[in-house]
Design a protein around this ligand. Structure first.
Ligand code: CA
Length: 364
């Protein structure tokens, strides 16, 4: 009896209901039956897709397990409940409580959202996490989404991507002219300025568009995800590096009203689960990319090639021009860009002296 009281007391002190409604503790009023939630999460990803789609399923499972079933989340693939690119609106309106996609898909609505996924020649996944969690980035992100009644959470990162699949060789800047390329976000604007035509389309449409020649080139993610779509069967040249997305962060969006309705312990479970997904996704991509890239390099029908420096220099200079031009007319963009680039500048010397210097020793 003493032990039961002790356990009940601990649970009450922790704000947790440790009893079912007919237990002794509940009869004594030591705890109330906990409220349960059943939420929906829409995504931009093909269901169960390696990395992106699996991560959000894992997130839902972790939240349900950690909350003893008090927060159940049903995950919908892109297009199952709402179109793949309409997650933001669905969460904003409260049609669903949660959405999982990449913030740069909303660039038409809020240009500055792109900084929270990736900008060309920008931060890698470590730097993005550093800026978001310790450098003020997450506060800026939440401020940006507040008018839309959405609370964003960093939830996953693909790491550095690959440059993309091409059905023509890119030997000089002239080869970008007239290039029809699937490339979202700011990277698309950069390609446009270089004379190409950027096209935004959900991942599920990329393979067919490339195979049928509707587009000449496409960037998707990296070896692990690209091989899953069969991109190597739709194009021959696989260019690197992924200048357009040096470390693409994914987002979990929660309707602000729904978020406020969650008790603090469930809020903590959601937040911790997002962080665990970011770590887990990096592990999955690091492992999956290593194996898939080797497979592609061994494929006689695939040529893995570096972009010429001349092309990268041009794309980098266009990126800087575009960022500066938007800063001149959009104060919200400027505020976020200033914070982003101030940290990137500080971080570059550290990365050069640590990560890059260490990687170079592998070739000694
Ligand atoms: Ca990409």
């Amino acid at each position: 009896m003493k032990r039961r009281q002790f356990v009940g007391g601990l649970a009450a002190a922790a704000g947790v209901t440790a009893c079912s409604s007919d237990s002794v503790e509940c009869e004594k009023g030591l705890g109330q039956p906990a409220e349960s939630f059943e939420w929906s999460c829409v995504t931009s990803w093909p269901p169960k897709f390696p990395g992106l789609g699996i991560a959000v399923d894992n997130f839902a499972e972790r939240v349900e397990a950690a909350s003893s079933g008090r927060l159940k989340i049903k995950v919908y693939g892109g297009g199952e409940l709402v179109p793949a690119f309409e997650c933001f609106d669905a969460v904003s309106r409260g049609t669903v409580e949660m959405g999982n996609d990449a913030s740069y898909y909303h660039k038409g609505k809020i240009a500055a959202a792109q900084f929270f996924t990736a900008v060309p020649f920008g931060m890698n996944h470590l730097e993005l996490s550093g800026w978001l969690h310790y450098g003020g980035g997450l506060e800026l992100w939440r401020e940006l989404y507040a008018p839309f009644n959405i609370v964003p959470f960093p939830c996953g990162n693909t790491g550095v991507q690959m440059g993309g699949w091409f059905n023509r060789e890119i030997n000089s800047v002239g080869d970008l002219k007239g290039l029809k390329m699937r490339i979202p976000g700011l990277g698309g604007e950069v390609i446009k300025r270089a004379g190409g035509t950027p096209i935004a389309m959900p991942g599920s449409e990329v393979f067919t568009s490339l195979k049928t020649g509707t587009i000449d080139a496409a960037e998707w993610v990296g070896a692990y995800n690209d091989i899953a779509f069969g991109m190597h069967e739709a194009a021959k040249y696989y260019y690197y590096p992924g200048w357009q997305e040096p470390g693409a962060g994914l987002e979990l969006m929660i309707n602000a009203t729904a978020w406020a309705s969650l008790p603090p312990d469930l809020q903590a479970i959601v937040e911790i689960s997002c962080q665990s997904i970011t770590t887990d996704m990096m592990a999955e991509y690091t492992h999956g990319n290593a194996i898939a890239l080797q497979q592609l390099m061994d494929d006689p029908d695939v040529e893995v090639r570096p972009y010429p420096d001349e092309v990268l220099r041009l794309l980098k200079s266009h990126t800087k021009d575009i960022v500066d031009e938007i800063s001149a007319v959009d104060p919200t963009w400027k505020k976020i860009a200033d914070s982003y680039y101030a940290f990137l500048e500080k971080s570059t010397e550290n990365q050069r002296t640590t990560e890059w210097a260490n990687l170079k020793t592998r070739d000694l």
